[in-house]
Design a protein around this ligand. Structure first.
Ligand code: ADP
Length: 785
């Protein structure tokens, strides 16, 4: 840069010196004509010096005529003294010969002989960097994200002004190592994050810590969620760009909470529906059952007609309840697909046979065409497939008054394990309006407003079908022409089955009721159901004893050897699971071999698993059709005199103590579902309850130990009686029979068998070891929730 004291006069006359210096020097006379241009000018703006003399300087080197006029006038004014000279530097851009631009910094002066002299320095490069700097300063000032530049040790070299806006710190407070001291919760956390970043930037290693989202401490001590984008910079530096995502995170948390609460209310809704349908189905079962029984007696034709329509209405009501229950289960994704071998042809024949009755009544034909390439044996869920087909064929028959319904089945493609089977249900019925065709799969939708009045139905059938098809991983489509008919097309991937495996529905064909002559114990608390089942069983020449609850059931099995036990699950005093466990484990070898069949209204896989775990041999869903009960009884009557337990049963027949010893690793001893519901899943309350149960149980163990040592059976009995409800509450089903027996055995002082009591105490202790481990794990999990 030029010094202010530069001696312009000297320069003007020292050509030699000017040649060597990169300066533009011009001088002008009182008319404003250029009289001198320094040689270096050519190097800087490309014009030959001579070509710029006179007025040419003003014509060529300025971008606008106005500007050159102004500057020329300024020179004239200075020389004439109209205008005082200003020594301060000023910038003017010059047009080069090639049309490009150069920034020149000018300084004016007045020579001795009244000559105007101006000296210019080329500042183009400096100006460019300066402009860039101004630009980046503006950007850095205005970006809302924080920008940090740090060195290879993580020390912050540069922090953008937005750091103050976002976190409240002065820039100098976060430079160097200070960043890590002030913005992290503790030193340990800061080092972990810093190392993870350095590893990522300089060694390209992704560690276990996700540094892209961090909780950063602000000057006020509050925290903000910052999302970081980190990239490598020049000279061993890295650049971190941080955006404040606190609001987003808070919204996410809110959304998560809202989702959880929606899921919770869905759960409550489904539980309510399950309970309601259970409550409704039980009496309905009795209504339909008694109508069934009455229909088998002598009736006038009028009575028969009334009774049939009563039975019919009952069936409709039942199917509606079942539909609602199915839908709620499907909506809560609780329904699982079973995997059992079945005969697809037989299933299709059965479904069509059932629907033929309706079709015959309406004088329409119903045909089934199975193409030979269709696989016969399948592994899958026959009940759900049946439900899909019954719905579709049922609709086709329902909405067709003339003509035919045709069910065609064929295999589309096949792999080693799977077969893609195509089902087509085509009718010549009323058809569906084109604008309604897309909504028929939606819940409570019927194609026309008067459908329900004319044809009945609720608009739930196809919704369930669609959800079941999704569950199978298949797809369903409908094509229809209003007034001409509809075709429902269904593709399902079905698992192939080894032909040697016996299919579930193979043996049930051609069922004719024959007397069974079984000695049956019916354990059921509902009086109407007792009567209904008793009458039904007596028709098949069975003798039936009734027990009103689990305890009565257990007592009755001690007095008489039955061929079979029908066991309700939900009963007061002692439920079916508990009673079965005692029957299967604690009475006698012979009693343990009696098949126990669970009667359950809840059709969930969990219930079935629980029934099987308790030692039950089979199950039937309430309300059951006579044919279902009959085939089940027939199955077990085959083994009437020679019934020998299966391998699995043998395992279950051992004492509870032995039973505990099997499969300890993955076994779950505790079922907290009841408590979760009761506490509305509030972790702190649950933790409190679990802790107090552990301490109560430890007290109980020490009480019974003391009682046993002192032969104080009252003490043993009192402690056992006290702990019993908690065991139930915590769903520790394995402990239930043991504690029950301990209570039972210690109650009767006259008939105490010390060794037996000791065995039960040991069982309690053994089981508690596992229960406690599980409960402590649960506390840990709950604390992290
Ligand atoms: P709904 O209980 O009313 O039969 P669905 O969900 O099974 O309920 O069917 C929904 C609606 O789709 C029916 O009300 C009817 O309007 C229409 N629909 C279903 N199948 C057929 C069919 N094969 N032909 C004509 N319309 C049908």
């Amino acid at each position: 840069m030029l010094e202010k004291t530069i001696n312009l006069e000297k320069l003007k006359f020292s050509e030699l010196l000017l040649n060597g210096v990169n300066l533009i020097v011009i001088s002008a006379n009182e008319k404003g004509e250029i009289t001198y241009v320094s040689p270096a000018t050519e190097k800087i703006i490309g014009y030959k010096t001579d070509s710029l003399l006179g007025d040419n300087w003003w014509k060529h080197t300025y971008f606008s005529g106005e500007e050159s006029e102004l500057l020329k006038q300024k020179a004239i004014d200075i020389i004439s003294g109209v205008r005082p000279i200003d020594y301060a530097p000023y910038d003017r851009k010059l047009k080069c010969k090639d049309g490009s631009l150069k920034w020149i910094e000018w300084r004016d002066s007045l020579g001795e002989n009244n000559t105007y002299v101006s000296v210019g320095v080329d500042v183009t490069d400096w100006k460019k960097t300066q402009q860039k700097k101004i630009q980046s300063d503006v950007i850095l000032k205005n970006v809302s994200s924080m920008i940090l530049v740090s060195d290879k040790n993580g020390n912050v070299l540069f922090a953008s002004p937005s750091v103050k806006k976002m976190l409240g710190y002065e820039i100098e407070d976060v430079l160097g190592e200070k960043w890590w001291d002030v913005t992290y919760k503790d030193e340990y956390e800061a080092i972990r994050v810093k190392n993870a970043i350095l590893k990522y930037v300089f060694f390209n290693e992704k560690g276990a810590i996700d540094f892209s989202k961090q909780k950063i401490k602000t000057k006020t001590g509050d925290y903000k969620w910052i999302e970081w984008q980190i990239s490598k910079g020049v000279n061993n530096t890295y650049i971190s760009i941080g955006t404040d995502i606190t609001n987003r995170i808070l919204t996410d948390i809110e959304l998560k909470k809202a989702k959880e609460s929606a899921e919770e209310s869905l759960k409550v809704k489904n539980q309510f529906l399950a309970n309601m349908s259970h409550e409704i189905r039980t009496p309905l079962n009795a209504v339909i059952g008694f109508a069934d029984l009455l229909l088998e007696t002598k009736l006038t034709s009028e009575q028969k007609e009334y009774l049939e329509s009563m039975q019919n209405s009952g069936e409709i009501l039942l199917s509606l309840i079942n539909n609602i229950l199915d839908l709620s289960k499907l909506e809560s994704d609780k329904l699982e697909v079973e995997e059992i071998p079945f005969d697809l042809y037989k299933l299709l024949y059965d479904v069509v046979k059932l629907m033929k009755l309706k079709a015959n009544e309406k004088h329409i034909s119903l045909d089934l065409i199975i193409e030979p390439n269709t696989p016969k044996k399948i592994i899958g869920d026959p009940t759900k497939l049946e439900q899909i087909l019954l719905n579709l064929i049922g609709n086709a028959v329902k909405f067709t008054d003339e003509g035919s319904v045709t069910v065609s089945v064929k295999q589309l493609s096949s792999t080693e394990k799977f077969s893609e089977v195509h089902f087509e249900i085509k009718d010549t019925g009323i058809g569906i309006l084109s604008n309604k065709i897309h909504s028929v799969f939606k819940a409570f939708t019927q194609a026309k407003n008067n459908t329900s009045r004319i044809y009945g139905g609720t608009g739930l059938g196809l919704t369930i079908v669609k959800k079941l098809v999704d569950l199978f991983g298949g797809e369903i489509k409908v094509e229809s022409k209003f007034g001409e008919g509809s075709t429902f097309k269904l593709n399902l991937p079905l698992k192939k089955c080894d032909s040697k495996i016996k299919a579930k529905n193979e043996e049930q064909s051609n069922l004719v009721y024959e007397p069974l002559g079984l000695n049956i114990l019916l354990v059921e608390d509902n009086k109407t159901n007792q009567l209904l089942a008793k009458r039904r069983l007596e028709r098949w020449k069975c003798t039936v004893d009734i027990a009103n609850n689990g305890i009565e059931g257990v007592k009755k099995t001690q007095q008489k050897l039955y061929d079979l036990i029908l066991m309700d699950i939900q009963m007061p005093v002692m439920d079916g699971y508990e009673a079965t466990k005692i029957i299967k484990n604690d009475i006698s070898e012979r009693v343990s071999k009696i098949p126990v069949i669970a009667m359950t209204a809840y059709s969930s896989i969990a219930d079935i698993k629980r029934a099987k775990n308790a030692g039950m041999d089979d199950y039937i869903f309430k309300p059951f059709k006579p044919v279902e009960l009959y085939s089940l009884l027939k199955k077990y009557s085959k083994n009437k005199s020679v019934y020998s337990p299966s391998k699995k049963n043998k395992e279950n027949h051992s004492s509870p103590k032995n039973q505990v010893k099997t499969d300890k690793k993955n076994h779950q001893y505790v079922d907290l579902s009841f408590l979760r519901k009761e506490t509305l899943n509030e972790s702190p309350v649950l933790i409190l309850l679990i802790k107090s149960f552990i301490s109560d149980f430890e007290d109980f163990l020490s009480e019974i130990d003391k009682g046993f040592k002192r032969k104080n059976w009252k003490q043993v009995y009192a402690a056992t009686h006290k702990i019993k409800p908690s065991i139930d509450m915590f769903g520790i089903s394995e402990l239930e029979p043991v504690v029950h027996l301990l209570e039972h055995k210690s109650k009767n002082e006259e008939q105490i068998e010390e060794s037996e009591i000791e065995r039960h105490i040991i069982s309690c202790k053994e089981l508690f070891v596992y229960v406690k481990i599980e409960l402590l794990t649960e506390i840990k999990l709950l604390s992290n929730e």
